[in-house]
Design a binder for this molecule. Structure first.
Ligand code: SF4
Ligand code: SF4
Ligand code: SF4
Length: 262
């Protein structure tokens, strides 16, 4: 099976890449022209703002749900954001968290209020006024949102932060200490998460790929998916809140994100 991803960030040729079964993360980055400006790879976020953050240790793993499950893999909005060695991971995760707060649907109190508190604490971390206790609170709230959030968007919040802290603890501690050498040295525009503005995306089911298994409909908390078993299902765009839960679940790759009028 082949899946389309948008690869962006610090690669030579940002754009759409067709990812076939078995392709490694390194091969996906090479398909996007490799790392830009001769810089070394640092980290990659797969699946948009509340996706999965991985580092160089995972470069030769296959980009598939089974292989990456231990890292909290989530295909999400099919965007892969590549970061080079000059990027500050705290700044990148701050942007991912803020985008998640923009994207959430608001159904769950924990996600709605938790992501708001997370962005406030990240603001403090970025300006050097968050101490160790405050950072532990940030981790605890992100974990709480992941445990109690209904859909994959909320559940993915913690994995990005947890992985980033596990892989690059020194950068978080530099921010807690009030100074980050990477932030001071990197004068480039930041790599922003996401791709298509939220109100210009829609999630659709390809009738030629849908087997009518109903798994997506049973998982949609917005009750936006309809159909008859063994026939193609459809998504009611008025009800869909674009949480990507169904896209992550469909075993047949039948659900994709597309740009409205694009
Ligand atoms: S349904 Fe998902 S996106 Fe909406 S508030 Fe709950 S966890 Fe967040
Ligand atoms: S999970 Fe996939 S195959 Fe099953 S009904 Fe939904 S779109 Fe169709
Ligand atoms: S149709 Fe899919 S993306 Fe839309 S609300 Fe339901 S599960 Fe989420």
């Amino acid at each position: 099976m082949v899946k389309e991803y948008l690869v962006k960030g610090d690669v030579c040729v940002p754009g759409k890449v067709m990812v076939a079964d078995g392709m490694t993360i390194r091969q996906v980055i090479e398909a996007a022209g490799g790392m830009a400006d001769g810089k070394n790879f640092k980290a990659v976020q797969i699946g948009g703002p509340s996706g999965t953050l991985l580092c160089a240790d995972q470069l030769d793993l296959s980009l598939d749900a089974k292989t990456l499950a231990p890292f909290g893999f989530r295909r999400g909005d099919s965007v892969i954001t590549v970061l080079d060695e000059g990027r500050c991971i705290v700044d990148a995760v701050d942007r991912f968290m803020k985008q998640t707060q923009t994207d959430f649907c608001g159904k769950c109190v924990s996600c709605r209020e938790g992501t708001r508190r997370i962005t406030e604490l990240f603001d403090a971390l970025m300006n050097g006024s968050l101490n160790e206790d405050g950072f532990q609170l940030l981790l605890d709230i992100a974990e709480m949102v992941s445990v109690t959030g209904f859909c994959a968007l909320g559940k993915g919040v913690y994995d990005t932060l947890k992985n980033a802290y596990q892989f690059f603890p020194e950068e978080f501690h530099a921010h807690m200490g009030g100074s980050c050498a990477l932030c001071a040295a990197d004068t480039r525009p930041p790599v922003e998460p996401g791709n298509i503005p939220y109100d210009r995306r829609r999630i659709v089911i390809d009738p030629s790929l849908c087997r009518g298994c109903s798994r997506c409909a049973r998982s949609c908390h917005a009750e936006a998916i309809f159909g008859v078993i063994k026939s193609p299902f459809t998504i009611d765009q008025k009800k869909c809140v674009k949480c990507f839960t169904c896209m992550d679940l469909c075993a047949f790759g039948a659900i994709r994100e597309e740009e409205i009028d694009g």
